[in-house]
Design a protein around this ligand. Structure first.
Ligand code: ARG
Length: 722
């Protein structure tokens, strides 16, 4: 009896270590035979060459970086791209007007000539990735050797990382130029991996003529809105469709009416066959940033300064924005993208702090750090290499604690909170800019800011934000104009702001008609934003040594983990480069409640029935009728007999992965990743095997909407799902 128990235990331990292999965001250019073995074992029927093959054609050729902040997938021989609705959102908003509100009504281009160019949008397709670590290290070693003892002493303790910081941009630039010099359509980007312990260059084809083809109304594309954001179960039909255009040589080109649909090297076949629990699933996409190697001290800072500032300041601002958005349709459209963007990581930060506490992530990190300290202490060479890394980290984080806290609140309040301060910040950059190209971009940015701005909304928000900042941080962190508030306005923030909006030309879009640097320089808002900037700069300067110590010792910590666990494969933190995550379709159980791996058409009808009290569940009556009619045809799941809407897998994703294709074992498209789940919002810092899930929209739901809501037969034909 006892032995049997032992065997069972051993088996379950094995199963769980095997499972752990699913975690990770792996680079495609160095997939190891071990990883391939695990993936093939889980059900992948492709070889490493089928996934990544710069010399030939491979799956990666169908995956795109969308606008630099999302992912997408090419699904037709004519460059048709699927991404998320929330990825296309800002572009759809920019192309909308109150008379032609495509966010609200959706959009279907009835033919290619009706597809709408999205100015400023780009799509990058990875050609290949190369390791440039040795080259960069060699360059740096030469520079270090040339640095005299006197210079080193002048820099202080963390001299190496300071010199690196000074030189790295120009070293990156030189490599980037070299990798793109023979072909102006290429864009090369060097990125740092493993907390600065490695460098790779990624070379992309950079496409700039991108056109909007299809979007569902936001009642579907953003179904569930902020109520359901970061949650499972979901019914959001989070997709939009764009097309890449190229010149007559099929190469990237600026927008021209004569450009033609891009013919990709590879496009993803779309599957109507569905999937079931345990089936292989993999995402390819461009995750933005994770902090899986971050020290316990860094995690605490993330919770108490970065997340705290986001949660508190955005909370104040969003309440006011929401009130105005609910009262006026024009304001709702103007503030839609800004609100969604702000609220997304506001809610994420709330969930992250909660999950970090509940899942005891700091304690887990401390355990790892304890093991690392012991491992370092065992060996003189290790002691020399890693020195006092934990003490250094603890000291540096502690030394900057109160400054950093104020710095985060300052940024959230003045640079990305109040509109008039953010406008003044851009106007100030314009006054000081000399480069004509840059000046032009700043004017465009100002135009965009004013397009999405309402004076009354911002007066109220700025008043509340100034007051909140004033009572949250200590007096040492108040910009000078707080004295004016006290002395001239007797602490009346509202009067101060009224007066400010009256005096400053930056409170009104009219200023754009005649931007004049000399006049602007005299504007009160330029004086005030410079007080904020000076304070922010002085906090930065004061904590420069701590920042270097943190960068240096976090880098050492990452290297120590890689060395101590050298028998295990380690993926690098996300950095907006192409990554693969493998795993399976998987349900989960949290707090005793099992969550099924898919949602059905009935579940959206159930939510719509609650839309009187939850406005995020409102859809147009015609959509409810369509869903109730139930003509799901080929889009219905053959096994369950249900129309399945969204599903979950244990793929490892984060922001930036939005729009990532979810492939089955044959490399066919089964879904688009669009979110993570509340139960494990700590996943950017720590992946919890039993709880962390990737939420995707089932590709059959996408096709159903294109077909039944959009009546876009031409797209259904072009996509040719099987
Ligand atoms: N949380 C999702 C992501 O970051 C979706 C964000 C957009 N949706 C929203 N309701 N704000 O990928």
């Amino acid at each position: 009896m006892k032995r049997k128990f032992m065997t069972l235990l051993a088996l379950s331990v094995m199963a769980s270590t095997n499972m752990k292999a699913d975690e990770g965001m792996w680079m495609l250019n160095n997939l190891t035979p071990q990883s391939m073995k695990i993936m093939n074992g889980l059900g992948l029927q492709l070889s490493d060459k089928d996934l990544y093959n710069p010399q030939g054609t491979s799956l990666k050729d169908a995956v795109v970086s969308f606008g630099g902040f999302c992912s997408g997938v090419i699904v037709s021989p004519e460059g048709l791209v699927f991404t998320n609705h929330h990825c296309g959102f800002a572009n759809i908003q920019a192309l909308s007007t109150p008379e032609n509100d495509m966010l609200k009504n959706g959009f279907v281009a009835s033919g290619k000539e009706k597809e709408i160019p999205a100015p400023g949008l780009f799509v990058d397709i990875l050609q290949y990735t190369e390791d440039v670590t040795a080259r960069i290290n060699k360059t740096m070693d030469k520079i270090y050797k040339k640095t005299s003892k006197k210079q080193r002493e002048a820099y202080g303790e963390n001299w190496k990382i300071q010199i690196l910081d000074e030189k790295i941009d120009s070293i990156f630039e030189e490599i980037q130029k070299e990798y793109s010099k023979n072909d102006p359509t290429l864009k090369a980007v060097v990125s740092s991996y493993y907390s600065g312990n490695a460098y790779y260059v990624s070379v992309y084809k950079h496409f700039t003529d991108i056109r909007l083809v299809f979007t569902p109304p936001q009642s579907l594309g953003k179904f569930g809105g902020e109520t359901d954001n970061w949650m499972w179960p979901r019914q959001t039909c989070d997709f939009s469709v764009f097309r890449i255009y190229a010149n007559e040589k099929n190469e990237p080109a600026e927008y021209a009416a004569s450009n033609r649909p891009y013919q990709p090297k590879h496009f993803a076949p779309v599957s109507l066959q569905g999937f079931q629990m345990g089936d292989y699933s993999m995402t390819l996409g461009f995750p933005g940033s994770t902090d899986r190697y971050l020290s316990s001290f860094g995690i605490e800072e993330r919770m108490n300064s970065i997340n705290a500032a986001r949660i508190e300041v955005r909370g104040v601002k969003q309440d006011i924005w929401e009130k105005w958005m609910n009262s006026d349709a024009t304001i709702r459209l103007q503030y839609a993208a800004k609100y969604a963007q702000s609220s997304n990581y506001w809610k994420n930060s709330i969930g992250m702090n909660k999950a970090l506490k509940e899942l005891k992530v700091v304690e887990q990190k401390q355990d790892l750090e304890k093991r690392l300290s012991e491992w370092i202490a065992q060996d003189a060479k290790r002691q020399k290499e890693f020195g006092n890394l934990f003490q250094n980290l603890e000291q540096a984080y502690k030394a900057r604690k109160s400054d950093f806290y104020a710095y985060m609140f300052l940024g959230e309040t003045f640079f990305s909170g109040s509109d008039i301060f953010s406008i003044a910040n851009t106007a100030n950059a314009w006054i000081n800019a000399t480069d004509e190209d840059y000046k032009k971009r700043l004017v465009e940015s100002l135009e965009k800011k004013f397009k999405d701005y309402n004076e009354n909304v911002d007066k109220e928000a700025t008043t509340a934000l100034l007051e909140f900042y004033g009572k949250t941080v200590s007096a040492a962190y108040l910009p000078d104009f707080y004295k004016t508030i006290q002395n001239d306005f007797k602490g009346d923030y509202k009067k101060f702001v009224e007066d400010l909006f009256q005096k400053s030309v930056l409170s009104d879009a009219k200023v754009l008609k005649d931007l004049n640097a000399d006049n602007l320089k005299k504007d009160i808002m330029i004086t005030y934003i410079n007080q904020v900037r000076d304070l922010s700069k002085s906090l930065n300067k004061k904590n420069e040594q701590q920042a270097y110590a943190i960068a240096e010792n976090e880098k050492l910590l990452c290297r120590a983990i890689l060395d101590m666990e050298e028998d295990q494969a380690h993926y690098s933190d996300a950095n907006s480069t192409l990554r693969l995550s493998y795993g399976i379709v998987a349900d989960y159980t949290n707090e005793g409640i099992r969550q099924n791996y898919f949602t059905t058409s009935q579940s959206i009808l159930d939510k719509i029935a609650q839309s009187d009290s939850i406005s995020d569940y409102k859809v147009e009556p015609s959509i409810t009728a369509m869903l109730k009619a139930g003509n799901f045809g080929p889009y219905k799941d053959k096994r369950t007999g249900e129309m399945q809407l969204c599903f979950i897998t244990n793929n490892d994703i984060t922001g930036g992965n939005s729009g990532s294709p979810m492939f089955n074992g044959k490399g066919e498209l089964i879904g688009l990743a669009f979110d993570g789940n509340w139960d494990a919002m700590s996943s950017d810092i720590s992946f919890t095997q039993s709880l962390t899930r990737c939420i995707g929209v089932d590709i059959r739901y996408v096709l159903y909407i294109i077909d039944q809501w959009g009546k876009a037969d031409h797209l259904i034909k072009e996509i040719n799902a099987k």
